[in-house]
Ligand binder design. Structure first.
Ligand code: SF4
Length: 430
């Protein structure tokens, strides 16, 4: 394990408060997920449907992107394509500068983290306040998110109380209601003054030109309706062919993420030429940043099915022990250990992340689109194994682990051989 990664992991292991907060939050979400998934008449059928609409979209990506552009722009919106993070940052800062926008509100977007948009806006003299409570907390703390759907999950109520006292000047409290009220009061003024709203998007629909945004706090709704300008940002892979394709995904998304049957708000948003309702300007920035190259990979393309629910993080014993910051990448946990190798500007630094896994298979069990994450982790381990002996052994290991029968027959011998090759056990994770 490289020194920096080892340092981050050791630091997390030595932080008892962090370990407790992460473990409690993950256990809570996993238990809530299990309860609502058990209510579904047939989880496997729902999962097959969800996977199938995502698979169709990836198989027809270019055609669907082109159809979406037509539908969205027919309503008066503008679609921008960004090949990488730099281009994404330039498009968004350019639009805001052109409009003379100085301050705005932002709702949760992992893609904006992926391209370092916050820093780019600050450099351009534009303030974008995070309006999702968890994102607001980590922005106040000057930290990156530690989870893809619960950015401040590593923080205890006490630490949030101390942070609010220090940064917002309110009396200390660890009561969630008091803290939420303080954040709401602070943010309400920001919503009213905002020149622009900025948000991520869960899906976008080629057939109709809709953006689909799922949230729980109503902050995205305010950000997309109060300011005159709304800019959405997402990866090209989030396209869906038809409006009805959203149904199987929405059936599983909140259940997998937070253990809710549905999120509090699901917005289906379209630009309107009349401008009577909602923002006068609506833009969607669609980011590649490695996604097309990942799609061309016969094995790893499966990762692009991901709908960012976070269930694999919550159930992962490694994530549940060290939390998200230990990974040192925008996307942590099992999905992040694969995705960080495929997209973003720091792909070269993500090579060792597939080793932060026990390969227990829990991530695959909970994934609403049935991504075989352990297979992808093994594939990345095999590809990173440089010496011929390690590479051959790792490929053999991937082949063996792909089948329960093969594992039962060959597993004990494989472990015995791996233990004889220095460094191989760590590399393949046996
Ligand atoms: S890999 Fe699956 S479980 Fe993990 S975030 Fe993506 S969709 Fe959710």
């Amino acid at each position: 394990m490289p020194a920096l990664l080892r340092k981050r992991v050791n630091s997390a292991l030595g932080d008892a408060a962090l370990r407790k907060a992460v473990a409690q939050a993950c256990d809570h979400s996993t238990a809530a997920r299990s309860r609502v998934i058990a209510e579904l008449p047939d989880f496997e059928v729902s999962r097959r449907e969800a996977r199938s609409v995502r698979q169709y979209a990836l198989d027809h990506l270019e055609e669907l992107l082109s159809r979406f552009k037509q539908s969205f722009e027919a309503g008066g919106g503008v679609v921008h394509f960004a090949s990488d993070g730099r281009e994404g940052r330039e498009i968004i800062t350019g639009l805001l500068k052109e409009a003379g926008a100085r301050q705005g509100v932002k709702s949760k977007s992992m893609v904006s983290e992926e391209i370092g948009l916050g820093e780019a806006l600050t450099e351009a003299g534009i303030e974008a306040v995070e309006s999702d409570l968890g994102e607001f907390i980590v922005q106040l703390a000057g930290e990156p998110p530690s989870h893809i759907t619960a950015p401040a999950l590593h923080r205890s109520r006490d630490s949030i109380g101390r942070l609010f006292t220090e940064r917002l000047g309110i009396p200390f409290s660890s009561d969630p209601e008091t803290l939420t009220r303080a954040a709401r009061k602070h943010l309400r003024e920001r919503f009213l003054m905002a020149d622009f709203g900025l948000s991520g998007v869960n899906f976008f629909v080629a057939e109709t030109g809709h953006l689909v945004i799922v949230e729980n706090e109503g902050n995205a709704r305010l950000g997309l309706s109060l300011p005159k300008m709304f800019i959405a940002l997402t990866g090209i892979e989030k396209v869906l062919a038809r409006l009805t394709d959203t149904a199987p995904l929405l059936r599983l998304l909140a259940r997998s993420a937070t253990g809710q049957r549905f999120s509090a708000y699901t917005h289906f948003l379209k630009p309107s030429r009349t401008g009577e309702d909602g923002p006068r300007q609506m833009h969607l920035v669609l980011l590649d940043n490695g996604r097309r190259a990942a799609l061309a990979d016969p094995v790893l393309r499966e990762m692009l099915l991901c709908i960012r629910c976070g269930a694999c993080l919550n159930i992962c014993p490694v994530y549940g022990t060290v939390g998200g910051h230990a990974y040192g990448s925008v996307y942590p946990g099992p999905m992040g250990a694969v995705l960080s190798n495929l997209i973003g500007e720091k792909r070269a630094e993500a090579g060792e992340l597939p080793h932060l896994s026990t390969l227990c298979g829990a991530c695959k069990e909970v994934c609403p689109v049935a991504i075989d994450i352990p297979k992808l982790l093994l594939e990345l381990r095999a590809r990173s194994a440089k010496p011929l002996l390690h590479r051959s052994a790792a490929l053999f290991w991937s082949w063996m682990m792909a089948s329960e029968g093969r594992f039962r027959t060959l597993g004990p011998a494989g472990v015995a051989v791996a233990s004889k090759i220095p460094g191989l056990r760590e590399r393949v994770g046996g």
